[in-house]
Design a protein around this ligand. Structure first.
Ligand SMILES: [Zn+2]
Length: 255
Protein backbone atom coordinates (compact mmCIF):
# COMPACT_ATOMS: atom_id res chain seq x y z
CA UNK A 1 0.00 0.00 0.00
CA UNK A 2 1.19 3.52 -0.75
CA UNK A 3 2.26 5.65 2.19
CA UNK A 4 -0.03 8.19 3.81
CA UNK A 5 0.90 11.82 3.15
CA UNK A 6 0.01 14.53 5.64
CA UNK A 7 -0.19 18.27 4.97
CA UNK A 8 -2.12 21.38 5.99
CA UNK A 9 -4.74 22.12 3.32
CA UNK A 10 -7.61 24.46 2.49
CA UNK A 11 -10.85 22.99 1.14
CA UNK A 12 -11.50 24.55 -2.27
CA UNK A 13 -14.74 22.75 -3.13
CA UNK A 14 -16.52 19.47 -2.70
CA UNK A 15 -19.31 17.68 -4.48
CA UNK A 16 -21.38 14.55 -3.97
CA UNK A 17 -20.24 11.34 -5.65
CA UNK A 18 -22.59 8.38 -5.81
CA UNK A 19 -24.81 7.48 -2.86
CA UNK A 20 -22.45 8.14 -0.01
CA UNK A 21 -19.11 9.60 -1.10
CA UNK A 22 -17.76 13.05 -1.77
CA UNK A 23 -15.07 14.30 -4.10
CA UNK A 24 -13.06 17.08 -2.46
CA UNK A 25 -10.50 19.42 -3.94
CA UNK A 26 -7.84 20.91 -1.61
CA UNK A 27 -5.04 23.42 -1.97
CA UNK A 28 -2.29 21.90 0.16
CA UNK A 29 0.81 23.47 1.68
CA UNK A 30 3.09 20.71 0.37
CA UNK A 31 1.64 18.96 -2.69
CA UNK A 32 -0.17 21.68 -4.64
CA UNK A 33 -3.77 20.91 -5.49
CA UNK A 34 -4.99 17.49 -4.37
CA UNK A 35 -8.36 16.07 -5.40
CA UNK A 36 -9.56 12.96 -3.63
CA UNK A 37 -12.48 10.80 -2.67
CA UNK A 38 -13.86 10.89 0.87
CA UNK A 39 -15.58 7.53 1.31
CA UNK A 40 -18.81 7.67 3.28
CA UNK A 41 -18.58 11.45 3.75
CA UNK A 42 -22.09 12.05 2.46
CA UNK A 43 -23.81 9.41 4.53
CA UNK A 44 -21.84 9.28 7.77
CA UNK A 45 -20.60 12.57 9.14
CA UNK A 46 -18.56 10.91 11.86
CA UNK A 47 -15.32 10.53 9.93
CA UNK A 48 -15.33 14.02 8.46
CA UNK A 49 -17.14 16.17 11.02
CA UNK A 50 -17.57 19.58 9.35
CA UNK A 51 -14.11 19.34 7.83
CA UNK A 52 -15.05 19.22 4.15
CA UNK A 53 -16.77 22.62 4.06
CA UNK A 54 -15.27 25.16 1.62
CA UNK A 55 -12.63 27.53 3.11
CA UNK A 56 -11.86 25.22 6.09
CA UNK A 57 -8.19 24.89 7.01
CA UNK A 58 -7.52 21.24 7.80
CA UNK A 59 -4.76 18.73 8.41
CA UNK A 60 -5.24 16.39 5.46
CA UNK A 61 -4.09 12.75 5.42
CA UNK A 62 -4.32 11.06 2.04
CA UNK A 63 -2.74 8.40 -0.09
CA UNK A 64 -2.52 7.93 -3.80
CA UNK A 65 -4.46 5.13 -5.39
CA UNK A 66 -3.00 3.00 -8.16
CA UNK A 67 -4.40 3.73 -11.64
CA UNK A 68 -6.41 6.73 -10.41
CA UNK A 69 -5.89 10.47 -10.41
CA UNK A 70 -8.18 10.70 -7.36
CA UNK A 71 -6.42 10.30 -4.01
CA UNK A 72 -7.99 8.39 -1.12
CA UNK A 73 -8.78 10.81 1.71
CA UNK A 74 -7.80 8.99 4.84
CA UNK A 75 -8.60 11.68 7.43
CA UNK A 76 -9.27 15.37 7.66
CA UNK A 77 -8.79 17.20 10.98
CA UNK A 78 -10.00 20.73 11.46
CA UNK A 79 -7.35 23.36 12.19
CA UNK A 80 -9.46 26.46 11.53
CA UNK A 81 -13.15 26.36 10.51
CA UNK A 82 -13.40 30.00 9.26
CA UNK A 83 -16.93 30.14 10.67
CA UNK A 84 -17.06 33.95 10.44
CA UNK A 85 -16.70 33.70 6.67
CA UNK A 86 -20.33 32.67 6.38
CA UNK A 87 -21.80 35.44 8.56
CA UNK A 88 -22.62 37.80 5.65
CA UNK A 89 -23.21 37.62 1.90
CA UNK A 90 -20.24 39.96 1.32
CA UNK A 91 -17.90 37.63 3.20
CA UNK A 92 -19.20 34.49 1.45
CA UNK A 93 -18.93 36.20 -1.96
CA UNK A 94 -15.44 37.46 -1.21
CA UNK A 95 -14.15 34.15 0.20
CA UNK A 96 -15.64 32.26 -2.77
CA UNK A 97 -13.95 34.63 -5.20
CA UNK A 98 -10.50 34.36 -3.51
CA UNK A 99 -10.83 30.58 -3.48
CA UNK A 100 -11.92 30.40 -7.12
CA UNK A 101 -9.18 32.63 -8.56
CA UNK A 102 -6.45 30.96 -6.47
CA UNK A 103 -7.73 27.53 -7.50
CA UNK A 104 -7.57 28.68 -11.14
CA UNK A 105 -3.80 29.32 -10.88
CA UNK A 106 -2.94 26.20 -8.83
CA UNK A 107 -2.03 22.91 -10.51
CA UNK A 108 -2.63 19.36 -9.38
CA UNK A 109 0.39 18.02 -7.48
CA UNK A 110 2.59 21.00 -8.27
CA UNK A 111 3.95 22.37 -5.00
CA UNK A 112 2.86 25.98 -4.49
CA UNK A 113 3.39 26.96 -0.87
CA UNK A 114 3.15 30.65 -1.76
CA UNK A 115 -0.35 30.22 -3.25
CA UNK A 116 -1.44 28.26 -0.17
CA UNK A 117 -0.10 30.98 2.18
CA UNK A 118 -1.70 33.71 0.05
CA UNK A 119 -5.16 32.10 0.18
CA UNK A 120 -4.81 31.36 3.91
CA UNK A 121 -3.89 35.00 4.63
CA UNK A 122 -6.68 36.27 2.38
CA UNK A 123 -9.35 34.13 4.07
CA UNK A 124 -8.19 35.21 7.55
CA UNK A 125 -8.40 38.85 6.40
CA UNK A 126 -11.96 38.42 5.10
CA UNK A 127 -12.91 36.65 8.31
CA UNK A 128 -11.93 39.61 10.47
CA UNK A 129 -12.39 42.67 8.27
CA UNK A 130 -15.01 44.25 6.03
CA UNK A 131 -14.30 43.12 2.44
CA UNK A 132 -13.38 46.01 0.14
CA UNK A 133 -12.28 46.66 -3.46
CA UNK A 134 -8.95 47.83 -2.12
CA UNK A 135 -8.29 44.48 -0.41
CA UNK A 136 -9.42 42.54 -3.51
CA UNK A 137 -7.12 44.56 -5.77
CA UNK A 138 -4.18 43.75 -3.46
CA UNK A 139 -5.13 40.09 -3.45
CA UNK A 140 -5.52 39.94 -7.24
CA UNK A 141 -2.25 41.73 -7.99
CA UNK A 142 -0.24 39.63 -5.55
CA UNK A 143 -1.82 36.47 -6.90
CA UNK A 144 -0.81 37.48 -10.43
CA UNK A 145 2.77 38.12 -9.21
CA UNK A 146 2.96 34.74 -7.43
CA UNK A 147 1.66 33.00 -10.55
CA UNK A 148 4.30 34.75 -12.69
CA UNK A 149 1.99 37.20 -14.49
CA UNK A 150 2.69 40.51 -12.75
CA UNK A 151 1.32 43.17 -15.13
CA UNK A 152 3.58 45.99 -16.35
CA UNK A 153 2.27 49.54 -15.79
CA UNK A 154 5.24 51.81 -16.51
CA UNK A 155 5.74 51.50 -20.26
CA UNK A 156 4.30 50.13 -23.48
CA UNK A 157 4.81 46.35 -23.66
CA UNK A 158 5.54 46.53 -27.39
CA UNK A 159 7.54 49.70 -28.19
CA UNK A 160 8.78 50.31 -24.59
CA UNK A 161 7.74 53.97 -24.60
CA UNK A 162 7.52 55.09 -20.95
CA UNK A 163 4.12 56.22 -19.68
CA UNK A 164 5.62 59.44 -18.28
CA UNK A 165 6.71 60.44 -21.83
CA UNK A 166 3.20 60.32 -23.23
CA UNK A 167 -0.02 62.29 -22.77
CA UNK A 168 -2.14 60.78 -20.00
CA UNK A 169 -5.39 59.08 -20.99
CA UNK A 170 -4.03 57.34 -24.08
CA UNK A 171 -3.14 53.98 -22.64
CA UNK A 172 -4.83 50.64 -23.00
CA UNK A 173 -4.50 47.31 -21.21
CA UNK A 174 -3.79 44.25 -23.33
CA UNK A 175 -4.20 40.89 -21.60
CA UNK A 176 -2.35 39.20 -24.45
CA UNK A 177 0.69 41.45 -23.89
CA UNK A 178 0.43 41.32 -20.07
CA UNK A 179 0.30 45.08 -19.52
CA UNK A 180 -0.14 48.51 -21.08
CA UNK A 181 0.06 49.49 -24.73
CA UNK A 182 0.45 53.02 -26.04
CA UNK A 183 -2.22 54.36 -28.42
CA UNK A 184 -0.06 53.62 -31.48
CA UNK A 185 0.68 49.99 -30.60
CA UNK A 186 -2.88 49.28 -29.45
CA UNK A 187 -4.10 49.65 -33.04
CA UNK A 188 -2.83 46.06 -33.44
CA UNK A 189 -4.94 44.86 -30.53
CA UNK A 190 -8.63 45.53 -31.04
CA UNK A 191 -9.46 43.79 -27.75
CA UNK A 192 -7.26 46.11 -25.63
CA UNK A 193 -9.19 48.01 -22.94
CA UNK A 194 -8.78 51.80 -22.45
CA UNK A 195 -7.61 52.56 -18.92
CA UNK A 196 -7.67 56.01 -17.29
CA UNK A 197 -4.43 57.38 -15.87
CA UNK A 198 -6.13 57.52 -12.43
CA UNK A 199 -6.84 53.80 -12.56
CA UNK A 200 -3.27 53.02 -13.68
CA UNK A 201 -1.84 55.15 -10.86
CA UNK A 202 -3.98 53.31 -8.32
CA UNK A 203 -2.89 49.91 -9.65
CA UNK A 204 0.78 50.96 -9.46
CA UNK A 205 0.35 51.98 -5.81
CA UNK A 206 -1.62 48.86 -4.89
CA UNK A 207 0.99 46.66 -6.53
CA UNK A 208 3.66 48.17 -4.26
CA UNK A 209 1.98 46.73 -1.15
CA UNK A 210 4.02 43.74 -0.01
CA UNK A 211 1.20 41.89 1.66
CA UNK A 212 -2.57 41.65 1.47
CA UNK A 213 -2.58 42.86 5.08
CA UNK A 214 -1.20 46.29 4.16
CA UNK A 215 -4.35 48.39 4.41
CA UNK A 216 -2.83 51.80 5.11
CA UNK A 217 -3.68 53.60 1.87
CA UNK A 218 -7.13 54.49 0.59
CA UNK A 219 -7.91 55.12 -3.08
CA UNK A 220 -10.65 56.83 -5.13
CA UNK A 221 -13.26 54.13 -5.56
CA UNK A 222 -14.12 54.82 -9.24
CA UNK A 223 -10.45 54.37 -10.25
CA UNK A 224 -10.14 51.28 -8.06
CA UNK A 225 -13.24 49.66 -9.57
CA UNK A 226 -12.03 50.48 -13.10
CA UNK A 227 -8.61 48.98 -12.31
CA UNK A 228 -10.14 45.88 -10.79
CA UNK A 229 -12.27 45.20 -13.87
CA UNK A 230 -9.04 45.00 -15.89
CA UNK A 231 -7.42 42.70 -13.31
CA UNK A 232 -10.39 40.36 -13.43
CA UNK A 233 -10.32 40.35 -17.21
CA UNK A 234 -6.59 39.53 -17.09
CA UNK A 235 -7.11 36.68 -14.58
CA UNK A 236 -9.83 35.20 -16.82
CA UNK A 237 -7.55 35.49 -19.82
CA UNK A 238 -4.57 33.82 -18.09
CA UNK A 239 -6.58 30.98 -16.58
CA UNK A 240 -8.99 30.53 -19.53
CA UNK A 241 -11.83 30.42 -17.01
CA UNK A 242 -15.14 32.13 -16.59
CA UNK A 243 -15.13 33.26 -12.96
CA UNK A 244 -18.47 32.09 -11.57
CA UNK A 245 -18.18 33.82 -8.20
CA UNK A 246 -17.38 37.20 -9.79
CA UNK A 247 -21.03 38.07 -10.55
CA UNK A 248 -22.03 37.03 -7.02
CA UNK A 249 -19.35 39.38 -5.75
CA UNK A 250 -20.62 42.21 -7.99
CA UNK A 251 -24.10 41.80 -6.51
CA UNK A 252 -22.78 42.30 -2.97
CA UNK A 253 -22.30 45.83 -1.69
CA UNK A 254 -18.53 46.20 -1.48
CA UNK A 255 -17.03 49.55 -0.66
ZN1 LIG B 1 3.84 51.34 -27.96
Amino acid sequence: MRSILITPAIVLRSWAFGESDKIVSFLTATYGKVTGIAKGAKRSRRRFVNTLEPFSLVQLSFRDRPHSTLAFIHACDLIRPHKNLTTSLEKIACASYLTEITDAFASERQESRSLFDHLREGLIWVEHRVPSHSFLARYELQLLRLAGYQPGWESCRRCRKARVEDAPGHWLFSARDGGLLCAGCSALRKEAIPLSSEAIDVLVLVQRANTVLDDRQSFPSAALIEGRSVLRHFIQFQTSRELKSASFLDASSLT
